[in-house]
Ligand binder design. Structure first.
Ligand code: NAD
Ligand code: DAU
Length: 339
C-alpha cells in the first residue's frame, strides 16, 4: 500500500491515524483531504507537516468536481473516510451540515473511488448506528441499525451507502464501527476534554440528566490500530466493531477526572438532559480480535492520566481553540479561502 488518501485528517482521530501511518510504515505516502471546519486544526499535525511523504489538501468531500479531480490525478491504493460532522449536540441544533458532509460527502467519495477504481475504501463509522442498549447486552456487527440522533442517522445513511455500493457494484468497501474515543487532540466540546479543560479553569462541569448514561471508552491510538488492521487485513464487504471494554457512567468519569485533577465535586452542575439521549453503548469486538488479531491495549486508568497530562501540557492548544485564535491562523494561512 504505497499511497493512501485520508479524509478528515486534521481532526482528532484522523490526525492520530495520519501520524500512526507515517510512523509505522517507512514507505507510506499520505494525502490528507480536509475542509478545516471548526473541528479541523492544522496544529494537530504540525509535527509531521514537513514530512516529504505527507501532503495536505484543503477541500470538501461533498464537492464532487474537486474530489473527482483529486482522485483521478493520483493513484491511491486506498481511501479512508474520517471526514464528518461528529458532535451529537451540534446535530440536534442543526442537522444540515451532517447530511451534507456525512451523507452527500460519502456518496461523492464512493462515486469517485468507483469511477477511478480505487482498490479499497474504509468507512470510519460509529457504534451509535446501533442505537441504545439497556443495562445488559452488547452491540455486535449483527445488531440491527437503529440510530437515534441526527448525527447517528447521518452516519447510518453513509454506512448503508457503502453497503449498497458493495452489494450492487462489487465495490471494495468495508466499515469500522467504534465506541467513544478519548486522548490527545480531542476537540474540547466532547465530554472528557471539555470537563478536563473546564475543571482546570475552575469552571462548572455540565452533566446531562443524572449522569447515569454509560459509554464504552477506548483510547484513540487503539482505535487507529484497529482501523489500520481493517485497512490491511479486513475482508471487503465486512463490518468490524472496535471498543475498549471500559464501560463507565458519565458520573464515574466526572468524579474520576475531578479526583485526578484535585478539584472539588462542587464544580458539578446537573443540567437538562440531551434530547433522545442514548442510555448505554457497549461493544462486542470479538470479530476484530479473532479475524484481525487486534485488541485494545491501553487501560482506561493509564490512558486517562496520560490524556490529562497532555491537556495540562498543551493548555496553549486548548486556549487557542477556546479563544478562536486557531481560526485566525487559518485566515492568515488561507486568506479569502477560509470557509
Ligand atoms: P472531528 O470532529 O474531530 O474531526 C472531523 C474532521 O473532518 C475535521 O478535521 C474536519 O475539518 C473534517 N471535515 C468535516 N467536514 C468535512 C468535509 N465536508 N470535507 C472534508 N473534511 C471535513 O471528528 P473525530 O472525532 O476525529 O471523528 C472522526 C471520524 O470517526 C468521524 O467519521 C466520526 O463519526 C468517527 N467516530 C468518532 C468517534 C469518537 O469518539 N470521536 C467514535 C467512533 C467513530
Ligand atoms: O460512541 C461513539 C461516538 O462517541 C462518536 O460517534 C461521536 O462522534 C462522539 O462525539 C461520541 O458521541 P457521544 O455523544 O457519546 O460523546 P460526547 O462526548 O458528546 O458525550 C459523552 C457522554 O457525556 C454522553 O452520554 C453525553 C454526556 N455529556 C456530554 C457533554 C458534551 C454530558 O453529560 N455533558 C456534556 O457537556
Amino acid at each position: 500500500m504505497k499511497r493512501i488518501l485520508i479524509t478528515g485528517g486534521c481532526g482528532f482521530i484522523g490526525s492520530t491515524f495520519v501520524r500512526l501511518q507515517l510512523n509505522a510504515y517507512p514507505d507510506q505516502e499520505v494525502v490528507n483531504l480536509d475542509k478545516l471546519t471548526y473541528a479541523g486544526n492544522l496544529e494537530n499535525l504540525a509535527d509531521i507537516a514537513s514530512d516529504p511523504r505527507y501532503r495536505f489538501v484543503r477541500g470538501c468531500i461533498a464537492d464532487d468536481a474537486f474530489v473527482d479531480d483529486l482522485i483521478a490525478g493520483d493513484r491511491f491504493d486506498a481511501v479512508i473516510n474520517f471526514a464528518a460532522e461528529s458532535h451529537v449536540d451540534r446535530s440536534l441544533q442543526d442537522s444540515g451540515p451532517f447530511i451534507q458532509t456525512n451523507v452527500v460527502g460519502t456518496q461523492v467519495l464512493l462515486d469517485a473511488c468507483r469511477k477511478h477504481q480505487v482498490p479499497r475504501f474504509v468507512q470510519v463509522s460509529t457504534d451509535e448506528v446501533y442505537g441504545s442498549l439497556g443495562p445488559t447486552g452488547f452491540f455486535t456487527e449483527e445488531t440491527p441499525l437503529a440510530p437515534n440522533s441526527p448525527y447517528s442517522a447521518s452516519k447510518t445513511a453513509s454506512d448503508l451507502l457503502v453497503r449498497a455500493y458493495s452489494h450492487s457494484f462489487g465495490f471494495p468497501g468495508l466499515i469500522t464501527r467504534c465506541s467513544n474515543n478519548y486522548g490527545p487532540f480531542q476537540f474540547p466540546e466532547k465530554l472528557i476534554p471539555l470537563f478536563i479543560s473546564n475543571a482546570l479553569q475552575d469552571q462548572a462541569l455540565p452533566v446531562y440528566g443524572q449522569g447515569t448514561n454509560v459509554r464504552d471508552w477506548i483510547h484513540v491510538e487503539d482505535h487507529c490500530r484497529g482501523i489500520d488492521a481493517a485497512l490491511r487485513r479486513g475482508r471487503l464487504g465486512e463490518v468490524y466493531n472496535f471498543g475498549g471494554r471500559e464501560e463507565k457512567t458519565n458520573l464515574e468519569i466526572t468524579h474520576l477526572l475531578l479526583s485526578l485533577l484535585n478539584k472539588p465535586a462542587s464544580l458539578i452542575r446537573y443540567v437538562a438532559d440531551r434530547p433522545g439521549h442514548d442510555l448505554r453503548y457497549a461493544i462486542d469486538c470479538t470479530k476484530a480480535e479473532t479475524e484481525l488479531g487486534w485488541k485494545p491495549k491501553i487501560p482506561f486508568s493509564t490512558g486517562l492520566r496520560d490524556t490529562i497530562d497532555w491537556y495540562i501540557k498543551r493548555a496553549d492548544w486548548v486556549h487557542r481553540i477556546k479563544s478562536g485564535a486557531y481560526l485566525k491562523y487559518y485566515a492568515d494561512q488561507y486568506g479569502g479561502r477560509l470557509a
